[in-house]
Design a protein around this ligand. Structure first.
Ligand code: ZN
Length: 418
């Protein structure tokens, strides 16, 4: 069996044919070169408009296109491009079926690299297949732009809006997920978390689709709340479990941080460091002075401990099945929190009171939204960005997130290289 036979089986580059296949060895490096040629009667296709046109001339030097390696031996297609004389576009280079534009990689190879880039970091892909990082980036970009322009946006009923911090600073990204039972994917992302950002999403989605939304999950970010009320007022807007608990965790963190700071200011820092021992030591073995300090620390720590217990108590809220009972529990919890004299927890209770209706919508959505979806995406996103390097630009960041979380379609090729 010849290599040509396999090549013809896995590709469909009509009306081009393989002229010959050659194995080249250069300084003990192997390479397979496949010379392509146009069938005699085939008129070239204009790369500008895609129409068949009369030929103009043939380039003196051949172009080389990298194909999917075979047994880790690089495979290169070699072809002398023709130019056409197009009535619409003028003299233009022809279009070939195996590559797009000026790309040095064949489309098949780009899909191959993009497939691997879902399973490992771009750097790993580049190293494994001896291509540059830019080639991997271009391949993923190509896959993403194809996927975005071919995806179906019909039938979106539920969306979740999340925001993440980026670049360790205070830069935010707004992400919108589809969270329907049958389809969960990243739909859209944009820099910042302003009203403008979310307005851009709704503009992207279009008026008709926005009006078909039934459920929208988001956190309590005021800018989002306003836009959602304006652009999809028919949808039930839910402040979801993940975001409510995330906010509560931040409140608890604040309590702890303030306590540590207070201890430091009061000169208890050394004792805070040895606090574990102080707490472990039996009181009868401690001096009067130590006991006094222990009492102080218990006093301070109590706030952190109490906040923690309040959060644990709040978890019961999510176990209710009716909005009525859940509401009653929520009110009771808020009253207790307001009496706690722990400022961040009081602020939390105040927020919950202000947003009572939106939070109770969780129960009105009646199981249509699974609690873990937005959280799941949030975790997957962190994982994706953690294992990847070089995402300093918005473009690369967007590309990798769409690639990994967008559930984008891929074209049906003659042969699946990946
Ligand atoms: Zn043309």
């Amino acid at each position: 069996m010849q290599l040509k036979t396999i090549f013809n089986r896995v590709t469909e580059y009509k009306p081009f044919v393989v002229e010959h296949v050659e194995m080249v060895e250069h300084e003990s490096q192997l390479r397979i070169e496949i010379a392509m040629r146009a069938r005699g009667n085939g008129e070239p296709v204009c790369s500008g408009c895609g129409e068949r046109c009369p030929g103009y001339d043939t380039q003196p030097t051949a172009r080389r296109f990298e194909f999917v390696p075979l047994w880790m031996i690089p495979v290169v297609l070699i072809y002398r491009m023709r130019r056409v004389e197009c009535p619409t576009c003028g003299v233009k280079v022809e279009r070939v079926p195996w590559a797009e534009g000026k790309n040095r990689l064949t489309t098949a190879y780009q899909w191959f690299l993009a497939g691997w880039a879902k399973r490992m970091s771009w750097t790993d892909v580049a190293t494994s297949f001896h291509v540059s990082w830019d080639h991997v980036f271009d391949s993923v970009k190509h896959a993403v732009s194809w996927g975005l322009s071919h995806r179906n946006l019909d039938g979106i009923r539920s969306i979740g809006i999340d925001e993440v911090q980026w670049k360790r600073g205070h830069k935010y990204q707004t992400l919108v997920y589809q969270i329907d039972e049958g389809q969960k994917r990243l739909l859209w992302l944009g820099p910042d978390r302003t009203a403008k950002t979310l307005l851009r999403f709704f503009r992207f989605l279009g008026k008709d689709r926005s009006l078909q939304l039934q459920f929208i999950c988001s956190d309590m970010w005021q800018a989002y709340l306003k836009v959602i009320a304006k652009k999809a007022s028919q949808a039930i807007h839910v402040l979801d479990r993940f975001h409510v608990m995330q906010k509560m965790n931040r409140a608890i963190d604040k309590v702890r941080a303030a306590e540590v700071k207070q201890l430091k200011a009061d000169g208890y820092e050394p004792i805070l460091k040895g606090c574990r021992w102080l707490l472990l030591k039996r009181p009868e073995n401690q001096s009067e002075k130590q006991l006094a300090k222990l009492r102080d620390i218990l006093q301070y720590n109590l706030k952190s401990v109490r906040s923690h217990l309040m959060r644990e108590d709040f978890q019961r809220f999510w176990t209710y099945s009716s909005a009525g009972w859940a509401g009653r529990f929520l009110d009771g919890w808020c009253t207790r929190a307001m009496r706690s004299r722990i400022e961040p927890m009081q602020a939390m209770a105040q927020t919950l009171r202000n947003k009572r209706d939106l939070i109770l919508n969780w129960f009105r959505a009646d199981g249509a939204l699974s609690s873990g979806v937005v959280e799941g995406f949030n975790n997957k996103l962190k994982l994706t960005t953690r294992k990847s390097y070089g995402f300093r630009t918005q473009n690369a960041y967007e590309t990798t997130l769409y690639h990994n979380l967008g559930d984008l379609p891929v074209p049906k090729l003659t042969h699946s290289f990946f």
